[in-house]
Design a protein around this ligand. Structure first.
Ligand SMILES: [Zn+2]
Ligand SMILES: [Zn+2]
Length: 575
């Protein structure tokens, strides 16, 4: 039998958890943890190494562990593991993931009080009973309460940029494993709509043999826990803590199910009302007449068409005017990633990035770009290892040298210039004048009051060399709120001065946000989608920026970096 090495890793980690709850010998526990770590970073196929007897050369895997690996490879599991799994409920093991909950506390609460999961623990803490247990107290109780909140918050939302690659991999594996069974496959829910953070992931498959698809799904190597398994539906938890729900539907209902499970809720409510007005019924199986005759359902296009609407792309399904536009055939031609011609916000090893200009050019050319803007931090930003004036001047010379050898590609000389406390810029005008791209950015004083921050940014936007306002709201998802800012005013000045607003594609930023992007577009302000990459692979994050731009209804013509090198150069000359 073929056992995935990730499965063995996971089994060893669970063994360590079980044993620590049981209060076993720490060396035994550590042996499992060390082996799991070693397997995770193994330089080759585990089964091969085992068969060739080469595992003994791997540090971290002792003789006892090699035997256990052999047992798992032959039988798929360990007898001791199966017994402990019966003995200790899954919810108890999960308690270990809560900050402030060590194995001793988990053991005490499980054995003495009978707490079997987070819900039990929450009730117990809220009734202030925990403080009276031996060795506890009000302080510990308070800490655990906070720990539960933190754990729940981290468990409930995940960044789009983190979820997307994981889900892609899961879908690839599922397609490979069940290729003969699957007709169509797609994500649904908030992931498909491109929301910046998502709860759980929905995958939808059409197949004539649903239960076989479900069987393949729950056996994928990513699966840590099977939370639910039915004939047409299953929920699993991956090793990275992502919950994925799979639904399998009949091929002639695929479009209806996809539409239904993509949402959003408020979009679907309007669609349903529209159907009712026409004497129709719409649900996850299709569009039906009062007599129950099915009129659409195989494709999403068919559903919208039957309700007299043009096809509404998932990113627009938020009930923000998409129905009115679809009725009149006025939906935007949303921007696509292949229309991006360059990236205007990139850091190199000269500041806090990790690649050279040459390496970045290579990566950019692979992406069929025509230009990149090199924009390291300015001198006052110590944490960003900002460039002194001299360093910037020598970088400018270097770029000019590089450009003289390039054909059909150009490196633009730029800087991400800090907006100082008083709203002035971090380099004097005689330096800014020598740059092609001047990005202005706020990296300090986030806690200032609304008026102070707004005025600082507006003053900086009035500098004649300022071109792009980077990450305009300053939010870091899950870490920092947007700073208090009068965005209306910022938009006014941007329009007035012809400043381009950035859509920063970093997964934690995605800033400007969709709602403000729509507002900027309404006012005729141009936007630019930048990755703010600090290493060359970071250039691939552009896709997240494009998704965000699409959620803000942007078209090619709204986005500066869809211009060709020629067009952009002319525009920069004029500025
Ligand atoms: Zn920045
Ligand atoms: Zn930056």
């Amino acid at each position: 039998m073929k056992v995935d090495s990730r499965r063995i890793c996971q089994l060893f980690r669970e063994m360590a958890d079980f044993l620590s709850i049981k209060g076993e010998n720490p060396f035994r526990i550590r042996a499992y943890e060390k082996a799991a770590e070693a397997i995770e970073h193994l330089p080759g196929d585990l089964e091969n190494l085992y068969k060739k007897g080469e595992l003994k050369n791997i540090p971290g895997i002792g003789k006892g562990m090699i035997e256990k690996i052999g047992t798992i490879l032959h039988t798929g599991t360990l007898p001791a593991y199966e017994e402990l799994k019966k003995e200790i409920p899954r919810g108890v093991v999960e308690l270990l993931s809560i900050p402030e909950m060590g194995p001793k506390t988990v053991k005490l609460l499980y054995e003495k009080v009978g707490i079997k999961n987070i819900e039990d623990l929450e009730k117990f803490v809220n009734s202030q009973k925990l403080r009276h247990l031996p060795g506890m107290g009000a302080k510990t109780e308070e800490n655990i309460k906070r720990g539960i909140e933190l754990y729940k918050a981290s468990r409930s939302r995940i960044l789009l940029g983190k979820a997307l690659p994981m889900v892609k991999e899961v879908m690839e594996e599922l397609k490979k494993k069940a290729s003969s069974l699957i007709e169509r496959i797609s994500t649904a829910g908030s992931l498909r709509r491109g929301k910046e953070t998502i709860g759980d992931v929905d995958i939808l498959v059409s197949s004539r043999k649903p239960s076989l698809v479900i069987d393949s799904f729950v056996e994928l190597p990513f699966v840590k826990d099977v939370l639910a398994k039915g004939e047409t539906k299953s929920s699993i938890l991956t090793h990275q803590g992502l919950q994925i729900d799979l639904r399998v539907v009949e091929p002639d209902s695929f479009g209806a199910a996809l539409q239904y499970f993509t949402g959003s809720k408020s979009h679907n409510i309007v669609l349903r009302e529209r159907a009712i007005k026409r004497g129709l019924k719409i649900n996850e199986y299709g569009v039906f007449t009062e007599k129950g005759e099915k009129k659409a359902g195989e494709t999403e296009e068919g559903i919208y068409r039957y309700l007299d609407l043009s096809y509404i792309p998932p990113e627009l399904r938020e009930n923000r005017g998409e129905f009115e536009a679809a009725e009149r055939g006025k939906l935007p031609h949303l921007i696509e990633e292949r229309e991006i011609k360059g990236d205007l916000h990139i850091h190199t090893e000269a500041s806090d990035g990790s690649n050279s200009i040459e390496e970045l050019i290579e990566k950019a050319r692979e992406k069929n770009y025509e230009y990149i803007g090199i924009t390291d931090h300015s001198s006052s930003l110590r944490v960003g290892r900002g460039l002194s004036r001299e360093a910037l001047l020598s970088q400018i010379k270097k770029i000019e040298r590089i450009n003289s050898h390039l054909k059909g590609f150009q490196v633009l000389k730029g800087s991400e210039v800090d907006i100082l406390k008083d709203g002035t810029l971090d380099y004097p005008d005689e330096i800014l004048r020598r740059l092609d791209i001047v990005i202005i950015a706020l990296h300090t004083g986030f806690k200032q009051d609304r008026e102070t921050i707004t005025n600082r940014i507006i003053k900086a936007m009035q500098n004649p060399y300022a071109q792009i306002l980077a990450h305009p709201t300053g939010r870091l998802l899950g870490e920092r709120e947007a700073y208090s800012l009068n965005m209306e005013k910022v938009l006014e000045v941007a329009k007035d001065r012809g400043i381009w607003l950035e859509i920063n594609a970093q997964p934690q930023r995605l800033d400007l946000t969709d709602v403000w992007i729509m507002e900027a577009k309404k006012r005729g302000i141009k936007l630019v989608i930048n990755t703010d990459a600090h290493h060359k692979e970071g250039l691939d994050m552009i896709s997240l920026g494009v998704i965000t731009a699409r959620r803000g209804w942007l078209e090619k013509k709204d986005v500066i970096n869809t211009l060709t090198l020629n067009e952009l150069s002319k525009l920069l000359c004029k500025k």
